[in-house]
Design a protein around this ligand. Structure first.
Ligand code: B12
Ligand code: SF4
Ligand code: SF4
Length: 363
């Protein structure tokens, strides 16, 4: 397992976008021989929290950088049970997971970078780690005392919910680690378990990626037919298990209002337009606009695949989308052809004579 490249034994710092930060510290680390005294360590930790807050992080904590044995055990267990689908899970270390709907990660990394710079200015090593293969970010955030694991598997901040992305700064600076875990705040609530459209939360805190729309929209290959309707108008990501959560609700509505969106959860009327645009755009336009998302194999065909499913689910008899679907039903790419034929069937438009869905499934 690769926790981080920084000298092990060290202190880690972490944070989240829109921001929560974690600073993990291991006082038994290699930095011990040059450790300042406890007061100095506490002072540095408090200064780092201030730096992170000023840089825009919403929450900052300090945690030990000892290996995440529980997280590893959960990873191995899930892989053994098949719940990980074909994902390159964090500890596989094979691919950088850089998913993001809105690029909160850029803000997060910039803010964590300021914390890291502050550490480096004192001569400590520091490395920013956020949504990549080096660390299970949620386990780090929980250890740092930022929040608790909700039944939807996300880390929730007390009173604020899970609408945060998470990251860390791993450092060898000796810092006083958090020792007070945040108590579970879910109680008897089970809204996310029942609110998941595909039943992907198979037990509290455990997501079966094979059923999770967030994964299916990112995964290579065809979207399994049985989940296409549930994908609804989603092009990328799924927030249902967060949207139903009462703990994040107030903040989310306020944010929606600030950004001019709909606070009542109604469908964005622009969604179909976006899907059409995706089907008309060329590869470069798609990568320019959505390059910060995790796109399987960095291949824009998967955005088009999703857009075809969205159009199929949107239905209606608008001639624009209809013409596009017919065009895609003759596409050279069998994956897109098969999804277009499915979409046409969903819309009750059938398929043109002579159009074959091809082999489909050839991701
Ligand atoms: C792979 C991945 C996914 C996969 C699989 C997710 C999964 N739950 O297995 C897919 C593509 C499905 C996904 C979806 C999403 N993801 Co994601 N994902 C990751 C990634 C890259 C690795 C996660 C990982 O290794 N999981 C392995 C498992 C074993 O770890 P875990 O998920 O943390 O599970 C812990 C809990 O299950 C807990 N646990 C174990 N038993 C029990 C029992 C109970 C009762 C409870 C409560 C908890 C609990 O312990 C486990 C280990 O610590 C991380 C980034 C990173 N490097 O960590 C982001 C990350 C987890 N994702 C994130 C986000 C935002 C999402 C989405 C909300 C995105 C979206 N809107 O579509 C959804 C949410 C889906 C969900 N309900 O989990 C954020 C989470 C932020 C937060 N506040 O928690 C992260 C941390 C990215 C980031 N840096 O901010 N993701
Ligand atoms: S992201 Fe969507 S599909 Fe995945 S567990 Fe949450 S509600 Fe279910
Ligand atoms: S919906 Fe309820 S059970 Fe699920 S994470 Fe939120 S508070 Fe916890």
């Amino acid at each position: 397992m690769q926790e981080a490249d920084v000298d092990p034994g060290p202190a880690t710092a972490g944070g989240s976008a829109r921001g929560v930060a974690r600073i993990a510290a291991d006082s038994a680390g290699s930095g011990a021989d040059r450790s300042p005294d406890a007061d100095a360590a506490a002072h540095l930790a408090s200064e780092l929290v201030d730096v992170g807050r000023r840089a825009g992080l919403d929450a900052v904590g300090v945690a030990g950088a000892a290996p995440f044995a529980d997280a590893r055990r959960h990873l191995e267990d899930r892989r053994a049970r098949g719940l990980a689908a074909e994902m390159q899970f964090t500890y596989r270390n094979a691919r950088v997971a850089a998913y993001a709907r809105v690029d909160h990660y850029a803000d997060l990394r910039a803010a964590l970078g300021e914390v890291a710079d502050r550490l480096r200015s004192d001569g400590w090593q520091a490395r920013v780690v956020a949504d990549d293969n080096a660390l299970v970010d949620r386990a780090a955030a929980v250890r740092a005392g930022l929040g608790w694991y909700g039944k939807n598997a996300n880390v929730l901040l007390p009173g604020r919910g899970s609408w945060f992305v998470l990251g860390s700064v791993v450092t060898d600076a000796p810092l006083p680690p958090n020792e007070a875990p945040v108590r579970d705040g879910c109680g008897t609530c089970e809204r996310c378990l029942t609110g998941c459209p595909t039943g992907a939360i198979v037990e509290p805190g455990v997501v079966d990626a094979r059923r999770c729309l967030a994964w299916l929209a990112q995964a290579p290959g065809p979207i399994p037919v049985e989940f296409r309707s549930a994908l609804g108008d989603r092009l990328y990501g799924c927030d249902d298990c967060q949207e139903v959560c009462p703990i994040g609700a107030a903040e989310r509505e306020a944010e929606e209002a600030r950004s001019g969106g709909r606070a009542d959860g109604e469908r964005n009327p622009g969604a179909d337009v976006a899907a059409v645009w995706i089907l008309e755009a060329d590869d470069q336009e798609l990568l320019d606009r959505f390059g910060h998302w995790y796109i399987a194999e960095r291949d824009p065909r998967y955005l088009r695949r999703n857009a075809l499913v969205v159009l199929g689910n949107a239905g209606g008899d608008d001639p624009g989308p209809s013409a596009l679907l017919h065009r895609y039903a003759r596409h050279a790419d069998p994956l897109l052809r098969e999804h277009a034929v499915w979409a046409l069937e969903q819309c009750g438009r059938g398929q043109d004579p002579g159009v074959s869905p091809g082999s489909g499934g050839t991701g």
